[in-house]
Design a protein around this ligand. Structure first.
Ligand SMILES: Cc1ncc(COP(=O)(O)O)c(C=O)c1O
Length: 396
């Protein structure tokens, strides 16, 4: 079989493959791997009732408008306006999750050989999508304040076409882009005439409720920023519902591109999200998620202190929101550690999955949102046991 040359650039995702691996793992495996919502945080009763009433209308399983179901569009616009971040009717497109947003942006803006800036480390699937459109990935490190703008200036040997950034509680490191850096990034993108893909699934999950202004809002009315957002991390990822905010001319093109892709986003999923918003349940739900995930994060940080506090050079981030923290264990081969950890009963994603270069081989992404809080200390103890076995293997 002769594939198109670009097929060689289609790599898939270690994170997504871990779902199948976990399905085959013993039932008592504790997962710090997938970035999923806590099963107990899914409002199952509300969704069940919404599904029953949605299915009374055949339109819920018919094709829908590509722009998105009108009920969801109206409910979402109302919700965003009430949060002080209104979005115009022509600036909005409902998508099949955040991934489709990343795909649409890449499809419309990346040509073969274009430089695309990404954070290092960053979300595996975003790299995979950009590479599938034959963009050349240029990695710029993050520090505690997010993307290093000083390094970005030096790293861009020619103006990049696209800058992918996860500004809030970044996947995988948990860091947030500081306010000043947001402004600097916008300025640089303007100089370079580059598009910023603001990939923001976690911005509503600040544990203390404070939110920095989005790049999209800072660009107020400009066309420099395309915001990709999703209900996956605040409601349920299996619904596959997200949205894009962009200048009307961009949205128009995206609607056309989406028509050549999937015609419309799953209508039933959209109706469930619409019902949740229409019932006015989202604000209280977000408050609960912030509380639960903060408690989970604190449990994980405490467990790491107990189980890895004596490991020389071990560090971990302590995020103020989101789903993930980033554990670095100098000298360890995290790709070798991950299968040993799985055997020991805990699933993790090795740091190498979050970069195209040979960095982060000694790091792990740990998701604290998904596991039951009571299981977190045991999961971290299992990881420590696996680390011992790995360390013994290294010394042998
Ligand atoms: C930064 C980032 N963007 C996008 C996505 C994908 O979101 P969705 O599941 O809605 O496609 C994720 C999911 O992990 C993510 O972390």
């Amino acid at each position: 079989m002769r594939f198109a040359p670009r097929a060689a650039r289609i790599t898939g995702s270690v994170i997504d493959r871990s779902i199948s691996v976990l399905e085959r793992a013993p039932r008592d495996t504790i997962s710090f791997a997938m970035g999923s919502v806590a099963p107990s945080a899914v409002p199952a009763n509300v969704l069940r009732e919404a599904a029953t009433s949605a299915l009374a209308d055949a339109a819920a399983v018919n094709y829908g408008p590509t722009e998105g179901d009108s009920r969801l569009r109206a409910a979402l616009r109302e919700f965003l306006a009430a949060r002080g971040t209104p979005v115009g009717e022509a600036e909005l497109l409902i998508t099949a999750g955040g991934m489709q947003g990343i795909d649409l942006v890449s499809k419309l803006f990346v040509s073969a050989g274009d430089d695309v800036i990404v954070e290092a480390p960053t979300y595996t699937n975003a790299i995979a999508t950009i590479a599938s459109y034959e963009g050349d990935i240029v990695e710029v490190p993050v520090d505690a304040d997010g993307l290093r703008i000083d390094v970005l200036r030096a790293a861009a040997v020619r103006p990049p076409r696209l800058i992918h950034v996860i500004p809030n509680f970044q996947n995988p490191s948990g860091v947030t882009l500081a306010f000043d850096r947001r402004r600097e990034l916008l300025e640089l993108a303007g100089e370079w005439e580059a598009v910023i893909l603001e990939d923001d699934p976690y911005g509503w999950l600040a544990f203390d409720g404070t939110e920095l202004p989005s790049l999209y809002d800072l660009d107020a009315g400009g066309d420099r920023v395309i915001a990709v957002r999703t209900f996956s991390k605040v409601l349920a990822p299996g619904l596959r519902v997200g949205w894009i905010q962009a200048a009307p001319g961009v949205i128009e093109r995206m609607v056309a591109a989406k028509q050549g892709m999937d015609t419309c986003t799953n209508v039933l999923g959209q109706r469930l999200v619409a019902a949740f918003l229409e019932h006015g349940l989202m604000d209280a739900h977000l408050d609960r998620l912030r509380w639960e995930y903060r408690a989970n994060k604190e449990a994980m940080v405490e467990a790491l202190r107990r189980s890895f506090g004596d490991v020389e050079g071990a560090t971990w981030t302590d995020p103020g929101g989101g789903f993930f923290l980033w554990l670095t264990l100098p000298g360890v081969d995290a790709e070798a550690l991950a299968p040993i950890a799985l055997e020991a009963g805990v699933a993790v994603i090795p740091g190498s999955a979050f970069s195209v270069s040979d960095t982060f081989g000694d790091a792990l992404r740990l998701c604290f949102s998904y596991p039951e809080r009571g299981q977190i200390p045991e999961g971290v103890r299992r990881l420590r046991r696996a680390y011992e076995r790995c360390a013994v293997g290294r010394a042998a």
